[in-house]
Design a protein around this ligand. Structure first.
Ligand SMILES: [Zn+2]
Length: 269
């Protein structure tokens, strides 16, 4: 079978190649992958049928890397930059996607996160790819946590770090409670299964003590949820001032300012 090189039109020969990829700043190599190499220009390509297998391998490698490298994903919103470059008025895009200018403006300013459908629709009317307007990249976790509490002048938002910390404590407790409750419920189902007893509520099969424990967990859970809700409300106006919108999104202009201000804190993955 003759295969033509997409780069130079030369002839591609079948052989095993080293598949190289950059994952979060680290070059990884998966050796001996079925593929082709151009005799003329040396361009290499993997065979289409190994792509499926490779995707899983690459993801597993990424998980390994992520384990030893504390990083967090953020998304750069380049919507405005791309729109201005193409000189398309907000109003026109709004009209094309059935939004008012104000509503589209809110999406552009990261006040509203578009759904997958909407992001695609916007990209389509601007004749670009979604990745051209929303780019996701990884930054070091410690820097990410700092950005979360910073306003657009790079000042720490007063009170926010403390509220976040407190929220985290309640959230951790919430997870412990949920886990305990899950364990008790599954214990009840196990008893029902093993004894073959047909009851409407398997929880009634549990010893009195365990049921009491479960009741207490329900009560505590309610209290924890209330605390979380209270803190969420307190944090809301402060989070609005954060340089990271919706905890993960940043507009392209601000991102440029961050890169200028903290050149040595940013390692891009
Ligand atoms: Zn070639």
């Amino acid at each position: 079978m003759m295969k033509e090189c997409t780069k130079c039109g030369g002839q591609m020969i079948d052989l095993l190649i080293d598949y190289e990829r950059n994952i979060m700043g680290q070059k990884i190599t998966i050796p001996n992958v079925e593929g082709y190499r151009c005799e003329k220009c040396g361009y290499e390509e993997i065979a289409p049928w190994v792509e499926k297998r490779l995707a899983v391998k690459v993801l597993k490698k990424q998980l390994e890397i992520q384990k030893d490298m504390p990083a967090e994903p953020i998304t750069i919103n380049k919507l405005k930059t791309v729109r201005k470059k193409k000189e398309i008025p907000q109003k026109l895009i709004g009209e094309a996607i059935g939004f008012t200018e104000q509503r589209f403006g809110a999406v552009e300013r990261n006040e509203n996160t578009p759904t997958v459908h909407l992001a695609n629709q916007i990209a389509s009317v601007m004749n670009v790819n979604v990745s051209d307007i929303y780019e996701t990249l990884y930054i070091p976790r410690d820097f990410f946590l700092e950005l979360l509490n910073m306003d657009s002048n790079f000042e720490i938002i007063e009170g926010l770090p403390e509220l976040r910390e407190e929220f985290q404590k309640w959230d951790d407790r919430h997870n412990v409670i949920k886990n305990e409750m899950r364990k008790i419920r599954s214990k009840a189902r196990k008893i029902a299964r093993e004894t073959g007893k047909k009851v409407k509520d398997p929880m009634t099969l549990l010893p009195e003590e365990t049921r009491k424990e479960f009741e207490q967990l329900i009560e505590e859970n309610k209290m924890v949820l209330e605390q979380k809700e209270k803190l969420r409300k307190k944090m809301k106006p402060l989070k609005k001032r954060s340089i990271l919108k919706q905890d993960r999104i940043i507009d392209a202009d601000t991102w440029e300012r961050i890169k200028e201000k903290f050149p040595d804190r940013i390692t891009l993955y």
